[in-house]
Design a protein around this ligand. Sequence first.
Ligand SMILES: Cc1cc2nc3c(=O)[nH]c(=O)nc-3n(C[C@H](O)[C@H](O)[C@H](O)COP(=O)(O)OP(=O)(O)OC[C@H]3O[C@@H](n4cnc5c(N)ncnc54)[C@H](O)[C@@H]3O)c2cc1C
Length: 319
Amino acid sequence: MSNVLIVIEHAAGAPKKASLAAITFGQQAAQKTGGQVHLLVTGSGVGAVADKLKAYQVAKILVVDAPAFANHSTEALTAAIAAAQKSTGASIVAAASSSASKDVLPRVAARLGAAMASDVLAVIDASTFKRPMWAGNVVATVQLTTPTKVVTIRSTEFGAPAAGSGAAVEPLAVSVDLASFKAKFAGLKEVKSTRPELTSAARVVTGGRGVKGAEGFKLVEQLADALGAAVGASRAACDAGWVPNDLQVGQTGKIIAPDLYIGAGISGAIQHLAGMKGSKVIVAINKDPEAPIFQIADYGLVADLFKAIPELIDAIKKA
Ligand SMILES: Cc1cc2nc3c(=O)[nH]c(=O)nc-3n(C[C@H](O)[C@H](O)[C@H](O)COP(=O)(O)OP(=O)(O)OC[C@H]3O[C@@H](n4cnc5c(N)ncnc54)[C@H](O)[C@@H]3O)c2cc1C
């Protein structure tokens, strides 16, 4: 019997949606290991986050609550996760794939002498997982043969966790000396947006090179706002400097799987598809009927986006 430890990310006093998907992974993995699901919350003043997590079917919520954990520190988080793994005896330590977990979990794997699989899509058994390779063109089945395993999961592949009650909340004391670390927290510049967050939005409108410039991209933003959607972009649009890089969807950008994806002026290169082909309904607007994106689109509009998008916005507003 081996437990599964899920590292939770949170914002504004609540767990992130991607971390809830990681709990679902934990529940599936614990069925295979025969152990319990334990969660780890770190930060300063994170009692509210732990309280919200009691709503899920997990055995224990470990809380590392101290000023030293107020800001992201790779070294401090590594120490906290390693301490939590020791305290829970977890054979699997997992978190949702994110910029933070891509930074911290490989370090945790090295600290624990654990094999690691990233971007896991499915649990096969207690040590075997499915994960994508080659921009999602290959799905590999990998077996991690070390006693402790470290995993990041692709949150779009796991739904909401089973509800529960009665999880025990336990403080975990981890002492770290921030001054002794080689990397220091310098500051956080947050991009404030009234639009939904790209990776968790139910609807996403993306623009590509076909919008022709920053001015043209405004049409994509207007359509997104009419739908209450998040805005995304192809790498071509980001590289051209029309929009910030954090809007990039794809193999080297964000992985999204909204209920509705609308791509305007995007050809559908394999690296872009790797980030959005899990979307439930895919709509493509492209003036080239041969554009590859039409091969995976549920609805395709062969049209000039500069004509089609204003018409769509009008129709949405009327509806
Ligand atoms: C290692 C690697 C990683 C990569 N990672 C990513 C990634 O994460 N995300 C990503 O997106 N790309 C990624 N790329 C780049 C990818 O290969 C493509 O170059 C890129 O996705 C193309 O962007 P695009 O579809 O906007 O541009 P294009 O391929 O140039 O397509 C523009 C489309 O707009 C259409 N169009 C033009 N004018 C109009 C109009 N007026 N109305 C309607 N349609 C119009 C055209 O018909 C065309 O189909 C990566 C590449 C590499 C090598």
